[in-house]
Design a protein around this ligand. Structure first.
Ligand SMILES: [Fe+2]
Length: 298
């Protein structure tokens, strides 16, 4: 299992800091205080030698691990780095690049299809608290845009009644994880509200393509919410060495389509997840692990 390698890398990443003091401060500040837009970026990090973008994950070979160390250090500053069995077999660093086989698919390996707004793993009982994305290589035509909509901006455009509705109305969140693979659409009986937590500063989970409404009014309001979320999105273009940290409990994100050439020059993104409450999950699941399968209930 590759994670043994990543455990060592993680230890190195936090002991031998690759991020500068000021950048560490910015990340801790974001974790403690957040911000209105629900994300932060760091630009032009020293990511070392980047080989040509591979054509498939099996061909991935990256001797210089500077980018992985930056990614894992940032992730560890936010919480506990974790993986999911259904994502790169539980690896705590996920690599994404265009793959011809995934053309037109709504997955992170696709390129020519827009990924609509979604909270990462909104169906999962072990929700990632933060996503950390690092860009080893921008797409050659610089078309790819990541969009982020934060609940703070969305709330400004909702009436009090609509907010109350989203705090109380359950939707059926479908799972895109099967027992071992992803890109599914499975009813796991996960009925939950879009807004949750403190009503005055609620958390937000939203993935309209994987949510079923229980009434036409609930459907209408979900459609309205999706439109509002798209109105308030902030675009981010990731260049080589840029890091994007997303607060996954307060945002939904999307990605534009972009072109791929399959000649080593394609977009390459590395991703890691952080959870902030590993002890709680260990208590509820009776198991301590950095890699989670599908958890439908705690
Ligand atoms: Fe995503």
């Amino acid at each position: 299992m590759q994670n043994k390698y990543y455990e060592t890398l993680l230890a190195n990443a936090v002991e031998k800091s690759a991020l500068q003091h000021e950048q560490i401060g910015q990340i801790i500040n974001f974790r403690l205080f957040g911000n209105k837009k629900g994300f932060m970026t760091l630009e032009s990090l020293p990511i070392g030698d980047i080989p040509p973008t591979p054509l498939s994950r099996d061909l991935l070979c990256k001797p210089d691990d500077s980018s992985e160390r930056l990614l894992l250090q940032a992730t560890a500053l936010l919480g506990e780095p974790i993986g999911y069995l259904q994502e790169s077999e539980g690896c705590i660093v996920n690599n994404f690049f265009p793959q011809q086989a995934h053309s037109r698919g709504a997955t992170s390996d696709s390129f020519d299809t827009e990924l609509d707004l979604h909270t990462e793993n909104a169906f999962h009982a072990v929700l990632p608290d933060y996503l950390v994305l690092l860009c080893p290589r921008q797409d050659p035509d610089a078309e790819a845009v990541t969009y982020i909509a934060s609940i703070e901006r969305i709330l400004e455009r909702l009436t009090f009644e609509e907010q109350a509705f989203f705090l109380t109305e359950p939707y059926n969140f479908l799972s895109d994880y099967g027992p071992t693979e992803k890109n599914q659409r499975i009813d796991i009986n996960r009925h939950q509200t879009i807004l949750y937590g403190d009503p005055d500063a609620p958390f937000f989970r939203f993935d309209p393509h994987f949510m079923l409404a229980f009434s036409s009014r609930a459907q209408q309001l979900m459609d309205k919410l999706r439109a509002i979320a798209w109105e308030v999105v902030e675009p981010v273009r990731l260049n080589r060495g840029d890091m994007l940290i997303i607060d996954n409990r307060r945002t939904a994100h999307a990605r534009s389509p972009f072109s791929a050439r399959f000649d080593g020059s394609d977009r390459w993104i590395q991703r890691a997840f952080a959870i902030t409450n590993p002890n709680f999950y260990a208590e509820r699941l009776g198991k301590r692990s950095r890699v989670f399968g599908l958890v439908t209930e705690l």
